[in-house]
Design a protein around this ligand. Structure first.
Ligand code: DLL
Length: 433
């Protein structure tokens, strides 16, 4: 099923002509409205007129998460606040989040992109959709919310957590479409069965999962557990959130919303653009954004893009499932966590050393983070209340900066391994589950 068939099935020639026209005007728009881009483009000697073909995009400098952070909070907004109607944010590499503003048109385009990927797997106005992403600054819940409403679904904005209640609502409200991370869907299916709810009592038929990677094995388990068919969708808050790309029913790659986003794949070490079909870091340029346009944003996600039309009739390019990251960002319970954030927290606590380890485990398909931190003063080991105070301070500060609860274990001085080369501070045991 199509939501905007004329756009989703344009010929490659038409897509590229539209992209070129929009790229030129987005570059001009950035030049005119964002001092940061004005400076960058001027220094690089680029003007919109110099862009004659899509591959001329290679003359535009990349934009990174650091650029967003350096302009915190609103420095990259291209319109005055009176034209911004929504603000979202996600974690940055240090304590400061990356903040994105949307105009009314941005929200409208965003919900179109989301409606497309929902329709592509058969969601329609008779469906009841339970949104089990956390509502808030995170883009997942509200992004899916407005796309599903646009399709005419009955949306249940339950948010994440309280899993027994989620299971009860699934049954009592006759939910037909579940929206969450794949790991939360898996957990929910187990809780539902533990509560004595069988699949016969559920009306679930579709799962729209995203925001984190999912192996085929986990996908099969969820689909069996709940008796549904699911698709994967991809996005990132710096660009808009969900709706950047999503699978159709053939599940042979995630269709890019190419009329709004121009993807490239680059060698993450050299920055060189790779030929079509090669694997590398995904770089995305927005083509229609008003509030927060992005030129050549380095996503750090590793993938490959295919340009042949799909069996479903869609012509928009398909990206393979994300195969990893070119940086050390971790996705923990759907939240982006950078080890450098932990370092910045520790630097602000007296009495602990800069040596730490992050241990990631998974139980009931839920991620857990343990932070092992070394104390500096051995004599503190004699004081239970002193240790407790320090531990609590670390837990509270980590929660504020990371946005998730971590278990903190304080260990004696000099017990965490020292490395002569690059420290291996992350012990990820999630795949052992
Ligand atoms: O996770 C936006 C989103 C919400 C997408 C809901 C889909 C559904 P951020 O929190 O900014 O935004 O995280 C973005 O998460 O760069 C990827 O590394 C990872 N990611 C997102 N979707 C997928 C996916 C949202 N389908 C970062 N598969 C991205 C694998 C994904 N990784």
């Amino acid at each position: 099923m199509f939501f905007q068939k004329d756009i989703e099935t344009m010929s490659r020639q038409e897509i590229e002509a539209l992209q070129l026209e929009r790229l030129k005007s987005q570059v001009q728009y950035c030049m005119d409205n964002v001092p940061f881009y004005h400076k960058r483009l001027t220094e690089a000697g680029i003007t919109a007129d110099k862009i004659k073909t899509l591959s001329d995009i290679r003359y535009i400098p990349y934009t990174t998460k650091d650029d967003i952070r350096d302009n915190y909070p609103f420095g990259l907004f291209a319109v005055p606040m009176k034209n911004i109607v929504r603000i979202h944010a996600s974690s940055g590499t240090t304590g400061k989040p990356t903040v994105v503003g949307y105009t009314r048109n941005d929200l409208n385009n965003w919900s179109d992109c989301v409606a497309r990927l929902c329709a592509a797997v058969g969601v329609n106005d008779s469906d009841t959709a339970q949104i089990s992403f956390g509502y808030g600054l995170f883009t997942g819940a509200l992004g899916l919310h407005y796309g599903l409403e646009k399709l005419g679904c009955a949306v249940i904005p339950i948010s994440s957590g309280n899993t027994k209640k989620q299971a009860m609502i699934l049954k009592d409200f006759g939910t037909t479409v579940l929206i969450s991370t794949p790991s939360y869907a898996m957990y929910m299916s187990e809780v539902a069965h533990e509560c004595g709810i069988s699949n016969d009592e559920l009306k679930l038929r579709i799962g729209l999962f995203g925001s984190e990677g999912c192996t085929d094995a986990l996908r099969n388990k969820i689909e069996k557990g709940f008796g549904l068919f699911s698709t994967d969708n991809y996005g990132l808050s710096e660009l808009q959130g969900p709706g950047v790309a999503g699978e159709c029913e053939y599940r042979c790659g995630l269709h890019f919303a190419e009329d709004h986003f121009l993807p490239e794949v680059i060698n993450s070490d050299t920055g060189e653009v790779l030929p079509r079909g090669e694997k590398g870091e995904l770089v995305i340029t927005t083509l229609t954004k008003e509030g927060f346009p992005m030129l050549r944003y380095r996503t750090k996600d590793i993938t490959r893009i295919h340009y042949e039309p799909c069996k479903c009739g869609r012509t928009h390019a398909r990206m393979e499932k994300v195969q990893g990251r070119s940086d050390d960002m971790l996705k923990i319970r759907g939240v982006n966590v950078f080890p450098s954030q932990v370092e910045s927290v520790m630097a602000n606590i007296d009495g602990i050393s800069p040596h730490y380890e992050l241990i990631l485990t998974r139980k009931n398909y839920t991620d857990y983070l343990e932070v092992r931190i070394e104390i500096v003063d051995e004599s503190l080991l004699e004081s239970f209340s002193g240790l407790e105070r320090l531990r609590k301070e670390a837990v509270d500060k980590l929660k504020t900066v990371l946005g998730i609860q971590a278990k903190v274990t304080l260990v004696a001085p000099h017990t965490i391994t020292r490395y002569e080369g690059k420290a291996r501070r992350i012990i990820d045991r999630r795949s052992d589950d």
